[in-house]
Write a protein of this length. Structure first.
Length: 202
């Protein structure tokens, strides 16, 4: 199950910028590139989309040399945010009334991932030992990897790009120019490389 919501902080910030900038149109029109670059330099990582990802791992530990089996159903939940770092914006140029730019690659940040221990279900044969804490740690690692594999197909990158394009278009139009924004396409392998953990460790 996946739960989604648009991350509105960036939109609120842009609206604030646009409202504060409306009082001096002549200066903005005179130096639109400097205004845009200055505004973007003030923006840190822009979180645009948030998702909660739920996965269920099914484990069946039975080998030819064991008597009885051990089964386990493990729910794993991850909190994920995706966005764009506009400090990576490059090759902004102006031609007449048009401002051209290419959106930088988004990032997908896994803020946390954990086993929902109160929902874990196990079935252990009489002659088998219970699952150990080390084994549950291994299961958690598998769960994180399963979540990583699911992220490229969730549309987070496309949602980020659409939100970023909308906000930048509003900013550029507010400065009296026409936005021409290129939105790159990414394949699954490229999206996988965008995935990071909040603590920078996988």
């Amino acid at each position: 199950m996946r739960k989604w919501k648009i991350w509105m902080g960036g939109i609120a910030w842009m609206c604030l910028f646009m409202g504060c900038s409306s009082g001096n149109r002549q200066e903005e029109a005179a130096e639109p590139m400097q205004d845009i670059i200055s505004a973007l330099n003030d923006i840190p990582k822009l979180y645009l989309v948030e998702a909660k990802v739920d996965k269920v791992l099914l484990m069946n530990d039975q080998e030819w040399y064991t008597i009885g089996n051990r089964k386990c159903m493990i729910p794993v939940t991850a909190q994920v945010k995706a966005g764009i770092d506009l400090s990576n914006l490059k090759d902004v140029r102006m031609e007449g009334e048009d401002i051209y730019l290419t959106l930088p690659a988004p990032f997908i940040e896994i803020e946390s991932s954990e086993i929902r221990h109160d929902e874990v279900q196990t079935s252990v044969g009489l002659l088998r030992s219970n699952f150990t804490q080390d084994e549950f740690s291994q299961f958690a690692n598998r769960g994180r990897r399963s979540i990583e594999q699911a992220l490229p197909g969730m549309g987070l990158v496309e949602q980020c790009q659409e939100q970023a394009r909308t906000m930048l278009s509003l900013m550029i139009r507010k400065l009296g120019k026409n936005p021409v924004i290129e939105v790159p396409k990414y394949n699954t392998e490229e999206v996988e490389k965008m995935i990071i953990y909040k603590d920078k460790q996988k």
